[in-house]
Design a protein around this ligand. Sequence first.
Ligand code: AMP
Ligand code: MG
Length: 344
Amino acid sequence: MIFKKILICAVCTAILTGCEKRSISSVTENYSDRNIFAMDTFMTIRAYGDNGDEALKSAEQRIKYLESVFSVTAENSDIHRINVSDGSEAEVSEETAELLSQAVRLGNETDGALDITLYPVLNAWGFTADEFRIPDSDEISELLEYVDYSEISVDGKCVTVPEGFQLDLGAVAKGYTSDKIADDLRENGVESAVINLGGNVRTLGEKPDGSPWKIAVRNPFDTENDMCVLETGEISVVTSGNYERFFVDEDGQKYWHIIDPSDGYPADNGLVSVTVIGENGLYCDALSTALFVMGEDKAVEFWREKRDFDMILVTETQEIMFTSGISDCFKNLTDMTEEVIADD
Ligand code: AMP
Ligand code: MG
């Protein structure tokens, strides 16, 4: 029998207020906060300036809307309709079509490490309903027949996947949402904000007092505490870690929610957490998952090729490795060894 254990927590935390499992809004001197529970996660948004409160109301509506179309479980969501489409065409919202096209592109860019068609495999492991089990290798091999992001066809708002294929946007939805919220806030007159979607952090503009934003990243070996702080300007910071959602079997073996699409097992390539820092929330979200799957060597190779993001890798041997672009803003809060990844 499997000893079930689950820990779902924010991956990294902007240094902000605490969260509550309901939406609240409070206006203080020069900023407004809103705490929202959506997409299975606690979200906090702080908007500075006079327009904050109104802007946050529409941000919350936008989040609820995106949740309603991206949800894998809600009966009427776009993703649910695709997942029960049996190979026929499904018409979806503009946002779903956009995110699916981007996720397919990012699947290509990461050579399939990001694959949003993994749902049948995630389901077999019980990660979709928190009913954990270890599928046998035959079951996994059979299910992998239904995993291949390149089979997704997006034509305008019409989406087709082969019979038996099912999608899950868990690896990319929050990053996409953070970008949309940042755009909305700006359109609504907010020039300065922190959007923290369950550890998927996006800052907007500069902090009004001129000091840098401080974004903390959780310690994967001590999840109650932070591993480092990044001092930055406008940026996205997204972490994927093996401590976010997992179970442990009776022999003490740990199984986590990030799956290697090449074999259908939890990705076990030497990393326990990956943080990606960059301009675009969706890109950072997609890469944090994909680089976790790739493991240290391939992740470093990928970064050297792209150079359009920074990253922090934490190895299972308790080493922190980060790219040179964040050397000046990275503050290690632990006694783990740190190493700057060489440029080539
Ligand atoms: P993240 O926390 O962004 O790394 O996303 C992890 C979530 O994405 C998991 O809970 C699954 O729902 C899904 N997922 C797991 N492995 C993959 C993968 N290799 N590619 C795409 N989605 C994945
Ligand atoms: Mg991700």
